[in-house]
Design a protein around this ligand. Structure first.
Ligand SMILES: [Zn+2]
Length: 443
């Protein structure tokens, strides 16, 4: 069994006591963290642990890897393709027509591109809702990252039953694959694309498979008006009335939620993925994060797809989460740095139904990231490691990324991915996709 001893670094554990351990050490055995040691324990622990490869983290920070709780990985192919438009116009006129021309291989390469970017910025787990999900799962399996995956289902149009069937097959085939790195859920897209009868069918399948749900919820004012006009309920009330929250549910966005909606989310233990960058860019609004946290809602942070962000950098989302709620509430204590970091680590792990990652604790999965710290001008003089990560660090500071006990990125080199080839293939395939879509538009 492969073992690593990561020593001499400052550990930001995100454990229940939120311990920060300068000069600490972590022993990784196989896929898991075997020991977390403070300075004294680390000093007395045999540094010559037989068989353990030493990773010297002197002058560096060791954190749990970030959890990106909401996104559509292959949409990296549409990065900066259509910008500065309202959500529905952006979806209907620009994104959906292009998605109609996507081929499975496009999704495979687009997902690999997103994984390059996520690993380089310290993300070790991502939640994903898209289609051609076998290709997404293949990319996750090969790359070594962790993925919580679902086939996004729209309940209107031709043969929605086919999408349910695909989802079922996907869950059965992929759950637990990649040494347990792949977990699966069902993914009804949103209340405005999934009529109640379809959501009831989704719930039926959920009961059969016993898997969680991911859904977009209360993202825009338009969605709220639509639900009020059509069902005389808010999106949250509608989904609750259909008993969907009897399943473990991760709801993305929850921007337009009333105090009553927040009560429902808390009471039904619905997890929320907060996507500040995407919500700002699509002008959807700003989710009432402080009120949701106060009510006890479990919240994670997400980037959403790269075409509404336009990057997959969780450090940027952490910073936005810490900043925008201060501005909105005019309260500088709103979403302190430590809370923002929780959302991206232990909170995110709980949000995506994984209790085994998101903190540096004995017995948890070895999903971690090492940041350069001392000697880095924009992080000096190192007063407060948590505040430095939240307010000052960037992807360029990532030094090493480990997932499931395997080093996937070190000194800017990927161990399992061919960066140059992925960049080449994604550019080539995007050009072909655009010409296919243009051909369809003419026809
Ligand atoms: Zn989304």
């Amino acid at each position: 069994m492969k073992a690593y001893l990561i020593k001499n670094g400052t550990l930001i554990t995100m454990d229940p006591k939120r311990r920060v351990l300068p000069g600490g050490a972590i022993l990784v055995e196989g896929q898991r963290i075997k020991k977390v040691l403070n300075r004294e324990e680390a000093d007395s622990f045999s540094s010559a642990k037989p068989g353990a490869e030493i990773i010297d983290a002197r002058g560096k920070l060791v954190l749990p890897g970030f959890v990106n709780a909401h996104g559509h990985a292959a949409m990296t192919l549409f990065r900066s393709y259509a910008d500065d438009l309202p959500l529905m116009e952006w979806l209907e006129k620009r994104i959906w027509p292009l998605e109609e021309s996507l081929e499975p291989e496009d999704v495979y390469w687009g997902t690999l591109l997103s994984i390059l970017e996520m690993l380089k910025s310290g993300t070790t787990t991502f939640a994903d809702m898209y289609f051609f999900m076998d290709e997404v799962a293949r990319a996750v399996e090969e790359s070594g990252i962790r993925g919580v995956l679902c086939r996004g289902m729209v309940g209107t149009g031709d043969n929605p039953g086919k999408r349910l069937k695909e989802s079922e097959e996907f869950c059965r085939q992929w759950h637990g694959q990649g040494d347990g790195r792949i977990t699966t859920t069902l993914g009804p897209h949103a209340p405005y694309t999934c009529p109640p009868a379809f959501l009831e069918e989704v719930l039926g399948l959920q009961k059969k498979l016993d898997v969680p749900l991911q859904i977009h919820l209360a993202e825009t004012e338009w969605e709220n008006s639509y639900c009020r006009e059509t069902y005389s309920m808010s999106p949250v009330e509608l989904v609750d009335s259909l008993n969907l929250f009897s399943a473990p549910t991760l709801a993305a966005h929850c921007v337009h939620v009333s105090p009553g909606d927040i009560e429902i989310l808390a009471a039904q233990k619905v997890r929320v993925a907060h996507n500040p960058g995407s919500n700002l860019k699509l002008a959807s609004g700003i989710a009432p994060l402080p009120r949701m946290l106060e009510a006890g809602v479990v919240v994670g942070l997400g980037t959403d797809g790269a075409s509404s962000n336009n990057n997959l950098d969780m450090l940027e989302e952490i910073r936005l989460a810490a900043l925008i709620h201060k501005g909105v509430s005019k309260d500088s204590r709103a979403v302190p740095a430590s809370t923002a970091l929780e959302l991206a680590t232990c909170g995110g792990a709980a949000a995506v139904f994984l209790e085994d990652t998101g903190s540096l604790e004995e017995g948890k999965l070895a999903d971690l990231v090492i940041f350069k710290y001392q000697g880095v001008p924009h992080l000096t003089p190192n007063h407060n490691p948590v505040a430095d990560i939240v307010y000052a660090a960037g992807p360029r500071d990532v030094d090493l990324v480990m997932v499931n006990g395997a080093v996937l990125l070190a000194k800017e080199q990927f161990s399992r991915l061919d960066e140059e080839r992925i960049l080449f293939e994604t550019k080539k395939r995007t050009a072909a996709l655009l010409s296919r879509a243009a051909g369809k538009a003419k026809a």
